[in-house]
Design a protein around this ligand. Structure first.
Ligand code: DQA
Length: 137
């Protein structure tokens, strides 16, 4: 069975409450239960942190044994050279996801330190972005 992990960055613990017009009203826990049931031929682990270094530590921890990483680095996408470098340093392929279409939003969201090192990028499909990433593995 393939082993995947979803890694969510800062503020994504507030999904369901946070700007529901952009990010929807489902909590990630609810969504995770739903997709674990739906994609029961893959193992899906989950990690969320608001702290940049913890995200980097988790990438190091899983990045040599897992089959795939689905990463929504949230705001760190646009700022973190450290997370970009971590993706270069590990072996497991990373698919970058975003709930919103970051290119339709503020200019500062158009840059990503993740994309150049990612296997692919999926954005703008709401929580379905994560499902499309799962299907890609
Ligand atoms: C986000 C987009 C980012 O620009 C933002 O900082 C987020 C969420 C998304 O999933 O749409 O926190 O990664």
């Amino acid at each position: 069975m393939k082993k995947l992990i979803i890694i969510n960055g800062p503020n994504l613990n507030l999904l369901g409450k946070r700007e529901p017009n952009i990010y929807g009203s489902l909590t990630f826990t609810e969504f995770l239960e739903e997709i674990k049931g739906k994609y029961n031929n893959v193992e899906i682990d989950y990690f969320q942190s608001n702290i940049e270094g913890e995200l980097i530590n988790k990438l190091h921890e899983v990045g040599f044994t897992y089959d795939g990483i689905i990463l929504n680095a949230a705001a760190y996408t646009h700022t973190s050279i450290g997370i970009g470098d971590a993706i270069k340093a590990i072996e497991t392929p990373v698919v970058e996801v975003h709930i919103s279409n970051t290119f339709g939003r503020e200019e500062f969201r158009h840059n990503s330190y993740i994309s150049p090192n990612a296997k692919g990028v999926i954005l703008g499909f709401g929580l379905q972005s994560y499902e499309l990433a799962i299907q890609s593995f």
